[in-house]
Design a protein around this ligand. Sequence first.
Ligand code: GLN
Length: 246
Amino acid sequence: MTPEAQPTKGTIRVLQLYPRDMNIYGDWGNALVLQQRIKWHGYTPELLEYNVDDDFPDDIDIIVGGGGQDSGQLVIQDDLQARADQLRKLADDGAPMLVICGLYQLFGKFFKTSAGPVIPGISILDVETHGTDERLIGNVTLKSSEFGDVLGYENHSGQTTLGPGVQPLGTVTKGAGNNSKDGHEGARYRNVVASYLHGSLLPKNPAIADFLIRTAAERKYGTFVPGTPDDDYARLAREHAARRPR
Ligand code: GLN
């Protein structure tokens, strides 16, 4: 039997939010890693995109969203508000989501840009973000109790503070993370993982990819039966990233 002809364990539908306007520093790679690892686990991936004014697809199992310039965040803000209830319901129902940088900020309460405008968020995450004149740029490593050592790259002017409704993704060991003071990176709420890390994040951090796939399968099928992913590429990417200077 060819690999394509083998029966799969089911379909997992991955939706990329606003890839036209919110997708920088390789964030698209997160969707591609999910697609490949879903296959390796023996499920059938379906990769969909949602941009401003599109119809919102049904039966989504995983949502991924990337970063963007402040200008991209201004472009999507009204459409995102129109989708807020739907996205909040999905998050509260335990749908796994990964939101990076610009969409992390807008999944929070608001982003007050350094240029002045306040972009309202959709308050899935109890966080708020204030633009500053300082850009936090460079390679980042953090320790996460759930995912071990997490590696990535940050570039943002907004600084995010966490409220009591979320947990940090981890504690920074190199770089800045959420802001230049706390030593925390990212946020966790139910099965939502939010992070400032581009790079993209998932190629170097397959534990996070597998968390999203596992929780999607459990939510949809009641159980997750793992396959045997090829982790060599991730090991090489991590080794390479660990050798890079800041
Ligand atoms: N525009 C936001 C900021 O500068 C987000 C940047 C990003 O997504 N990398 O803080």
